[in-house]
Ligand binder design. Structure first.
Ligand SMILES: NC(=O)c1ccc[n+]([C@@H]2O[C@H](COP(=O)([O-])OP(=O)(O)OC[C@H]3O[C@@H](n4cnc5c(N)ncnc54)[C@H](OP(=O)(O)O)[C@@H]3O)[C@@H](O)[C@H]2O)c1
Length: 272
């Protein structure tokens, strides 16, 4: 699919495939967290459908964005995800993304092996309910290492998750896992390229502590509306400091429909 690259430099035509391959730095000496979202022009990343299920709006989900999602996935040492997404994989509602990637994109099958990466990124599940992850089913659905990070101190809950075969890391007591704690765990484990695929609450925790390095954002040029049953990129209290985002790359699918903008931004973070 031909697209136009708009920034930096003069506009140029190119193929969409490969746009994000090799775009994530291999090792900057600490975890490099990159987030990815698909949003409508009015900023919706999720809406409730007719069956009461909240998810990526079917009116904007599309193959071009999926391809780019996958190109970011194959570069990851670790994928950050949330309790609800892990439960959806465990119950079979979603298929493991790496398995889907191999099925859909034969040209990406050898990408990891050729670069000496493990077959599957480590799956890091952020949750306050580790016992409720259906660990056994999750392990069957996701062939790689699974680590649950949780603030819960409830011994029974942690033991139940461990008994189901999950590695569980308990961080400092708080209602939720903080960005700082998460970053520290990733750093201690030597995980460098960390793909943040969680939703707006996890993104908020990471932004509060300014530990996200980069945002990839596909904007599908459609207006969807929706009120309380929708999600935008970030959900949570007003950030103590606005996070500055600097555009680094921008491309356009001028054909559509819908037309789409593929942007990536460097986010201001704290010095560590
Ligand atoms: N369009 C897009 O690009 C895109 C991307 C991502 C998600 N989405 C959509 O957005 C909606 C929400 O996604 P989501 O539920 O995965 O993400 P979320 O809003 O980030 O997280 C929701 C749940 O994950 C766990 N969690 C998140 N951050 C945590 C923290 N700091 N500490 C402890 N637990 C934490 C908690 O669940 P538990 O404690 O119960 O485990 C929490 O209720 C879904 O409909 C999803 O499909 C869209």
């Amino acid at each position: 699919m031909p697209i136009l690259t708009l920034y930096p430099g003069a506009p140029q035509r190119r193929e969409l495939a490969g746009l994000y391959l090799d775009d994530v730095p291999a090792d900057v000496g600490h975890p490099f967290i990159y987030a990815n979202f698909l949003a409508s022009l009015d900023g919706r990343i999720a809406l409730r459908d007719g069956n009461g299920h909240k998810g990526v709006p079917a009116t904007i989900a599309n193959d071009l964005d999926w391809r780019l999602y996958t190109e970011l996935l194959v570069q990851a040492d670790a994928v950050l995800t949330t309790g609800p997404q892990a439960r959806a994989i465990a119950t079979g509602a979603f298929k493991d993304m790496m398995i889907t990637a191999h099925e859909r994109y034969p040209d990406l099958r050898d990408y990891r092996r050729a670069r000496g990466l493990s077959a599957h990124p480590v799956c890091v599940v952020v949750t306050s309910r580790p016992h409720d992850l259906a660990g056994g089913a999750l392990k069957s659905a996701h062939p790689g290492t699974i680590v649950a990070i949780t603030p819960t101190k409830a011994r029974d809950e942690v033991q139940a998750a461990r008994a189901a075969g999950l590695q569980v890391i308990v961080v400092d007591e708080a209602l939720t896992v903080t960005g700082k704690d998460l970053w520290r765990v990733l750093d201690e484990r030597g995980l460098r390229r960390v793909y943040m695929t969680g939703g707006p609450r996890l993104f908020h925790s990471l932004l509060v502590d300014r530990v996200v390095d980069r945002l990839y954002l596909t904007t599908a040029c459609r207006l969807l509306g929706g009120e309380e049953d929708m999600e935008t990129l970030v959900r949570g209290s007003v950030l103590p400091l606005p996070v500055e985002a600097r555009l680094r790359r921008l491309a356009l699918d001028a054909v559509g429909p819908p037309q789409q903008l593929f942007a990536s931004y460097e986010l201001a973070r704290i010095d560590r």
